[in-house]
Design a protein around this ligand. Structure first.
Ligand code: AMP
Length: 137
């Protein structure tokens, strides 16, 4: 499999504005930010997304998000952050190395949640049943 741009950043083969690093994770500024301070948290281990991540790697990434989110908010002079992550082409994933976006927000007006739909009769229970049936622990 071809090496992703994020693996090149992890290996210091290309530059990035790295803001945090520990044994398992790295955090750096998104090159095309949604807002100043928009930060990406990645595992150092080659991992595509939530569909192939192991639990220790996932836990480490989430812990780094928890650890640095206040610094991203305060460093950017923001009042809140969106923590977002895209998994799969149809979900908008462009770089196939697991990453979590921390996006500073300054005013509620600038951000719109995705449009909401309504379930038809029986639709919610049908999809909930299928999700339950697919869960493996
Ligand atoms: P996603 O659509 O969730 O896969 O997001 C990929 C993100 O990676 C985008 O927001 C890009 O702006 C960002 N990105 C792509 N290349 C680089 C790079 N070399 N350094 C930092 N961020 C990057």
């Amino acid at each position: 499999m071809e090496e992703t741009i994020f693996m090149k950043i992890i290996k210091r083969e290309i530059p990035a504005e790295i803001v945090y690093e520990d044994e398992l994770t790295l955090a750096f500024l998104d090159i095309a930010p949604n807002n100043p301070g928009h930060t990406l948290v990645v595992p150092k281990k080659a991992t595509q997304n939530v569909f192939d991540v192991d639990s220790a790697t996932w836990a480490a990434v989430l812990e780094t998000v928890r650890k640095i989110a206040p610094a991203v908010r305060d460093g950017a002079g923001a009042t809140g952050v969106n923590i977002q992550s895209n998994h799969g082409v149809d979900a908008g994933q462009e770089v196939f190395h697991l990453h979590i976006h921390i996006i500073p927000r300054f005013t509620k007006k600038e951000f719109q949640f995705w449009p909401k739909i309504e379930y038809g009769p029986g639709e919610a229970s049908a999809v909930a049943d299928k999700i339950r049936a697919n869960i493996s622990t």
